[in-house]
Write a protein that binds this ligand. Structure first.
Ligand SMILES: C[S@@+](CC[C@H](N)C(=O)[O-])C[C@H]1O[C@@H](n2cnc3c(N)ncnc32)[C@H](O)[C@@H]1O
Length: 512
């Protein structure tokens, strides 16, 4: 019997995440900020789409500008991904092929955008070669490749621990136990080892912290992160070595907080980096400064620069929209240097300009804040920071919103109905952002209640409680399970009241 898994964990599915970096509208904004040309639209591809949340939501909300293709060799996941594609009717072409099968298909178009999130570090060199060959043949000139991957130096201290996990699972566990129990067994053993106070953790105390954090993490995530046969944190210069043969060069970070040096680098570090002309070497040195652990990069086949005026014009025309309830947005922001306070004189007027949850161009925001003394460059930086902390996203044009809506309505109806059974999927498709916005299970249940004609937050809470109670599920408050029905109903009523006040105005503008 041939093994199709190549040593990859396949007995349990991956988590149901959505990654904004894979939304081309968001990528375009990163390119604009970096002064680079981005493709207008066309064919997009996601390699290893996992449960298919990102690819389906992007295909649905970004249609018809982007037509998506993708593969994930785990049929458990590809099956769910296809179900979503059928529901939305947005025409995403999803396969359960391995990279080797998919990348050599002769019926695929050339692509303007190819993305691969959280996978590159966990596959073999043979598979990496297949992907680079695919990029060489199938990524159009000017096309963009998004890839995220574990990197050093952030992972350096943990590499021996991960080797210990895998070896423990091999030697002390058996395949028949399943991944979850092998993860639990390896974690318990590592704890025993740390209790023996080895010199390793005395030299590297962060190892104990990491282990503590892992105990609370989702087992599906841990199995995929730590227990695959292949696992290699790779430096950005080695990544560049891989991608050079596909004629790709580094474009910019896909992680928006990286675009603001003041959040991440001391003035000495900024001065040091400014002396380095080579972009990849600069990134490598920067990774030391911030002890980088996970990189999210855009690479491009031909990095064409925009002229300064062209860049300014395009940025002024770029629409953005607030995607979080205004009262939930704090003026704190995190970077490698820790938590920083946003400057109120800049951020309060920018947030005020966006707080009706209507898309605005940066030009319109600039007009709105001009009399408060906020400069254009400060508006651009504020928008980048607010995208980085998940408060704001780029927005589509009205005609695109209208076109996407007929598909997003279908996928959202399906996802909201799924919330009756599971809290796994905390996203809905937004025709406005061309991607997803975060909406939790209870909030989705309240939306289902609204669809069922329930009128006010008390009725929504009662509707949600009926669904939970029928499955013997309970609400958790401050880490404690609420056992009594009236406590559950009371808590849900409060959550529904906050939903009505805060989230519903956002949802009305971005989803309905
Ligand atoms: C860590 S998961 C990430 C999934 C998804 N990109 C996400 O972030 O939610 C890695 C994915 O790669 C897929 N995969 C691993 N090796 C593969 C191969 N040779 N061909 C196709 N898919 C593969 C796995 O099935 C898994 O879904």
């Amino acid at each position: 019997m041939s093994d199709w898994t190549s040593g990859y964990v396949t007995d349990i599915g991956y988590t149901y995440g959505y990654y904004t970096e894979l939304n081309p509208l968001v990528s375009r904004m990163a390119f604009l900020n970096a002064g680079l040309v981005f493709p207008d639209g066309g064919n997009a591809c996601e390699l290893a789409f996992g449960q298919g949340i990102s690819i389906n939501i992007n295909a649905t909300a970004g249609a018809p500008r982007w037509k998506w293709y993708g593969t994930d060799f785990n049929p458990l996941q590809a099956g769910f991904g296809r179900e979503l594609a059928n529901v939305s009717g947005a025409g995403a072409n999803l396969y359960d092929h391995s990279f080797a099968e998919f990348c050599t298909r002769d019926d695929l178009p050339e692509f303007d955008f190819i993305g691969m999130h959280g996978t590159w570090s966990w596959i073999s060199d043979e598979n990496r070669s297949i992907i680079v060959d695919f990029l060489r043949r199938k990524l159009k000139v000017g096309g963009v490749f998004y890839v995220s991957y574990n990197t050093q130096p952030g992972w350096a201290a943990i590499i021996p621990l991960r080797d210990l996990f895998v070896r423990h699972a091999e030697v002390m566990g058996s395949k028949g136990q399943g991944s979850v129990s092998r993860v639990d067994g390896a974690l318990a053993f590592a704890e025993k080892l740390m209790a023996a106070n080895p010199l390793y953790s005395r030299f590297l105390p962060q190892v104990n912290e990491r282990l503590k954090k892992m105990k609370d993490q989702n087992r599906n995530y841990l199995a995929h992160e730590y227990f695959n046969q292949d696992w290699e944190p790779m430096s950005v210069d080695r990544m560049a070595d891989w991608l050079t043969s596909a004629k790709l060069t580094y474009a910019c970070s896909a992680h928006f907080p990286d675009h603001v040096d003041a959040l991440n680098l001391s003035s000495d570090q900024q001065a040091l980096l400014q002396q380095i002309p080579d972009p990849v070497f600069r990134e490598m040195v920067r990774d030391f400064c911030v002890n980088q652990q996970f990189r999210r990069d855009y690479w491009v086949k031909g990095a064409r620069r925009l002229f300064p005026l062209e860049q300014a014009e395009k940025l002024l025309d770029q629409k953005v929209v607030m995607v979080k309830p205004r009262p939930n947005i704090s003026l704190k922001v995190n970077g490698a240097l820790g938590e920083a306070e946003m400057q109120q004189a800049i951020y309060l007027p920018v947030l005020e300009a966006l707080q009706d949850y209507q898309p605005k161009t940066l030009g319109q925001i600039q007009q709105a804040v001009r009399d408060k003394g906020v400069q254009y460059a400060q508006v651009v930086q504020a928008v980048m920071v607010l995208i980085g902390n998940g408060s704001v996203l780029p927005a589509q044009e009205p005609a695109e919103i209208k076109a996407a809506k007929k598909h997003t309505e279908k996928i959202n109806r399906y996802l909201i109905d799924k919330a009756r059974f599971t809290s796994d999927i905390n996203f809905l498709a937004s025709p406005v952002t061309g991607g997803a916005i975060a909406v939790g299970r209870f909030q989705q249940l309240f939306m289902l209640a609204i669809n069922n004609g329930k009128k006010n937050h008390e009725e929504w809470a009662a509707f949600a409680w009926n669904i939970l109670a029928a499955q013997n599920q309970r609400v958790i408050k401050d880490g404690k399970v609420l056992e009594k029905p009236d406590e559950n109903l009371e808590e849900l009523t409060e959550i529904a009241r906050i939903f009505a006040d805060r989230q519903l105005p956002v949802v009305k503008q971005l989803i309905y």
